[in-house]
Design a protein around this ligand. Structure first.
Ligand SMILES: *Cc1c(COP(=O)(O)O)cnc(C)c1O
Length: 219
């Protein structure tokens, strides 16, 4: 099926409040342009270099989301244009994003990545680390970042119940975050759900899904 048809099928079944991020990592600019021509304006990449290359080549009304693990020394390359960074999991990284945002005279929106999976390989903060981060004085001083919500990845498993439990757990943390009245937190985005599990994620309260293979085909 074509990229355009895939997008149309997915979008026709999405609730209105759910934002679709087209995950285009490893795909050619010509593939991304097909999605663009079908109306897609939000793209997700997991490597800063690749995202920057594509940003240079593609129309400037695209919103670029960094969904991968971010290396501190590469933040500067995306700071001029990135619209949302999903995978923030340390104060050190936030401080670097803040510094580079300041240089570009911007406020950069970020999601904190929370560890919800029952696996060793996924990045993210646990609840205690999240709380410590938000309550730290250093965090309160960061004026060029804005935390707009959370991101998480469920375990890679066929066990639907487990996936559902993990997503519900993240939704509960997300709801509790809304109580934080900190200037640089404006909580409105819960990024959870990929091609294999996005329907469960939406049922559990996701309002941003990150779909790659179901739009562009297998990588
Ligand atoms: C690759 C990736 C996706 C998309 O995965 P699909 O299974 O192709 O939909 C979503 N989120 C993150 C963080 C990814 O790295």
């Amino acid at each position: 099926m074509s990229i355009q048809t895939n997008l149309e099928n997915i979008k026709s079944n999405l609730p209105e409040n759910v934002t679709l991020v087209a995950v285009s990592k490893t795909k050619a600019v010509s593939d991304l342009m097909q999605a663009y021509e079908a109306g897609q304006r939000i793209f997700g990449e997991n490597k800063i270099q690749e995202m920057t290359d594509k940003w240079e080549q593609m129309p400037k009304d695209i919103q670029w989301h960094m969904i991968g693990h971010v290396q501190t020394n590469k933040v500067k390359y995306m700071a001029p244009f990135v619209s949302l960074i999903h995978g923030v999991d340390s104060l050190k990284l936030l401080q670097e994003i803040n510094k580079q945002a300041q240089k570009n005279d911007r406020v950069i929106n970020c999601l904190l990545q929370i560890y919800i999976a029952n696996e060793d390989t996924k990045f993210g903060l646990d609840e205690e680390e999240l709380e410590n981060l938000l309550n730290s004085e250093e965090f309160g001083n960061l004026k060029n970042i804005r935390i707009v919500g959370l991101m998480g990845m469920a375990s890679f498993t066929d066990n639907q119940e487990q996936i559902q439990q993990e997503f519900k757990h993240l939704k509960a943390i997300y709801d509790s975050l809304k109580a934080y009245k900190i200037e640089n937190c404006q909580i409105n985005t819960l990024s959870m759900g990929m091609s294999g599990d996005y329907k469960v994620a939406i049922d559990c309260g996701s309002n941003m899904i990150r779909l790659g293979s179901s739009i562009f085909g297998e990588r």
